[in-house]
Design a protein. Sequence first.
Length: 276
Amino acid sequence: MGTHDRGSNSTRGENDVLKGKNAVVTGSTSGIGLGIAEGFAKEGINLVLNGFGDAAEIEKIRAGLASKFGVKVIYDGADMSKPDQIEAMMRRAAKELGGVDILVNNAGIQHVSPVEEFPTAKWDAIIAINLSSAFHATRMAVPYMKSKRWGRIINVASAHALVASPFKSAYVASKHGIMGFTKTIALEVAEKGITCNAICPGYVLTPLVEQQIPDTAKARGITEEQVKRDVLLAAQPTKQFVTVEQVAGTAVFLCSDAAASITGTNISVEGGWTAH
């Protein structure tokens, strides 16, 4: 079946295997998560959007994706630091869409501070949202995937899942944890037609990255422009920010049949950062 068989939807992609599948993408009201959601919708994948933001803006995004790509899109505002809300979101996704075939654990927050000054509440929140939420969503998603003998779990990690930077102890710890979690789940479901991988982006110019620039400038005693060139992009040999579209394209690839033997690993999308 070619794209001409899909009505006027010339915006759709070519992965017929993905058409009609259902995906939950956490933290998908902006940034990388929204980019992945858009990439999935283009392939005919029904969606659960999740995240915080202005209600009217989120509804505009939800309705826009549904109408542009002819897919079902629901929004759930579950707080990723609350296990009961994550469970409720996953149950709702199963009930309203019929099951979750693809899970993207993308929700994440950041805080930049020397360890001796690091607020303990921030540490707890970062571990809860960046790491524990992936556990809670995954444990809810796996039974259905096993029953279908097909599933894709994608954890949006970071180059900081592989290397470290100073003043980001909680974030780096959470992302290293996600990498270990990815490998473990991949081994558990390896014979069930399910893959579990991590995408490790470098610096993508998203709201999350932009908001840490002033804090990093303050912590290091330099200007914000110096933070961009000499701190953020110092580690990326390309000296280019990664784009949301590049990360989204990687997520779509990991869901394809071509990626069926890729599991328990990471795909680095970071301009050569970890080649050092």
